[in-house]
Design a protein around this ligand. Structure first.
Ligand SMILES: Nc1nc2c(ncn2[C@@H]2O[C@H](COP(=O)(O)OP(=O)(O)OP(=O)(O)O)[C@@H](O)[C@H]2O)c(=O)[nH]1
Length: 358
């Protein structure tokens, strides 16, 4: 065969492929998306909203008595994230990956249709059957190389779904999987953009936003607002003596000590260099001081191994309490900063405290 013949052959076969694609595209177009569904999706403000909308509409689109979406939770369990209709499997019930039809679909990434439940060995099918359902169709939600969970529709009558329903549900599941993945990627990016890459605590950029949220919650609550500016002592000489990499290890260890010393609801941020800020809502002076003592004790016990010795570190802390509304972050940080400098000039390794009333 000449080169020209080969080229002609290829052209013919790719044009035949295009014709086939066009036919299947026309067939795909029989999947009708109700306009209200699309509007509701566009109004969704969170991933949960999207999944609730999809569950609600998939029961309508497929005339199902139950529609549900499960997401991979761990190596052994899926979790029900959205559900519409028959409550045969309650939302708070984990779905085991082994011993269920949904788990099998997730593992094998192959859609399954149980036309009738009689004698089914699968736990989920048995639960659906016990609540009056007759059949169910389950498809994997795959995006890229990952299966993120499955979509399921069930009907009271056995054998209620068609091959076409299976194709449609699968198409919807792929779209939902892509949507879930994008949401997760955005969440990950948000976390990254708010985190100090070295220590894992909140960075300075996100500090103002987190502070605003915390201050708002506090103004409705009891107690005062405590702010502590923590600045490590003679950190430059640690870098100069042991190298920047050792200095970094000190910063990581200090961030861990901060994390262990304060409540989960307190805000810990790295303000830059070797300076951290802690904000506590709903404290009084004894509570603030005992939290700082706890931290100072943790700091005094820190030993960062280097070559043939260990690095020890101390901190100068400027602490303040404010007990009225109208907290201006810059002014609070400034006042904590002044207290911290006082701690430096008064000999370091100490806490200087100011009580502010605005
Ligand atoms: N290893 C490391 N060092 C940093 C980082 N950011 C800032 N530094 C260093 O931190 C040191 C801060 O030095 P100074 O501001 O003089 O403070 P100090 O030596 O702790 O002195 P005092 O605060 O007065 O006790 C500088 O040498 C900076 O280069 C970092 O991410 N990693």
């Amino acid at each position: 065969m000449t080169l020209e013949q080969t080229r002609q052959d290829r052209k013919r076969s790719s044009s035949a492929q295009r014709d086939d694609d066009a036919v299947s595209l026309r067939a795909d177009l029989t999947i009708e998306l109700p306009i209200r569904f699309v509007h509701e999706l566009s109004a969704a403000e969170s991933l949960q909203d999207v999944l609730d909308t999809v569950a609600r509409w998939s029961s309508t689109v497929f005339g199902a008595n139950r529609a549900s979406i499960t997401l991979a939770q761990s190596e052994t369990e899926l979790t029900l994230i959205a559900m519409e209709g028959n409550n045969a499997i309650p939302m708070d019930q984990p779905v085991p990956i082994y011993g269920t039809m949904v788990g099998r679909v997730y593992r094998t990434r192959q859609a399954e249709y149980t036309e009738r439940f009689d004698g089914s060995p699968d736990l989920d099918c048995q639960m659906l059957s016990a609540k009056g359902l007759g059949c169910c169709l389950d498809v994997p939600m795959i995006s890229g190389s990952r299966c993120v969970g499955t979509m399921n529709i069930a009907h009271e009558s056995p054998n209620a779904f068609t091959d076409e329903d299976r194709e449609r549900l699968q198409a919807m599941a792929h779209w939902v999987a892509a949507s879930i993945r994008i949401h997760h990627q955005i969440e990950e990016m948000e976390v990254l953009s708010e985190t100090d890459p070295l220590t894992g605590v909140c960075n300075r950029r996100a500090f103002a936003t987190r502070f605003a949220t915390l201050a708002k919650r506090w103004q409705r609550g009891k107690g005062a607002l405590g702010v502590a500016l923590v600045d490590l002592d003679h950190f430059k000489s640690i870098n100069d003596t042991y190298g920047h990499e050792s200095g970094d290890r000190v910063l990581v260890a200090v961030a861990k000590a901060l994390d262990a010393s304060f409540r989960k609801s307190d805000l810990i941020a790295r303000m830059g260099g070797e300076e951290f800020c802690v904000v506590m809502a709903g404290v009084d002076k004894p509570a603030l001081m005992s939290a700082l003592e706890r931290f100072n004790l943790a700091l005094s016990e820190l030993e960062i191994p280097v070559a043939d010795s260990v690095i020890r570190v101390t901190a100068s802390i400027g602490a303040l309490l404010i007990d009225s509304d109208g907290t201006d972050l810059d002014s609070l940080v400034n006042q904590a900063d002044q207290a911290m400098y006082k701690a430096k000039t008064n000999g370091r390794n100490r806490v200087e405290f100011v009580h502010v009333t605005q």
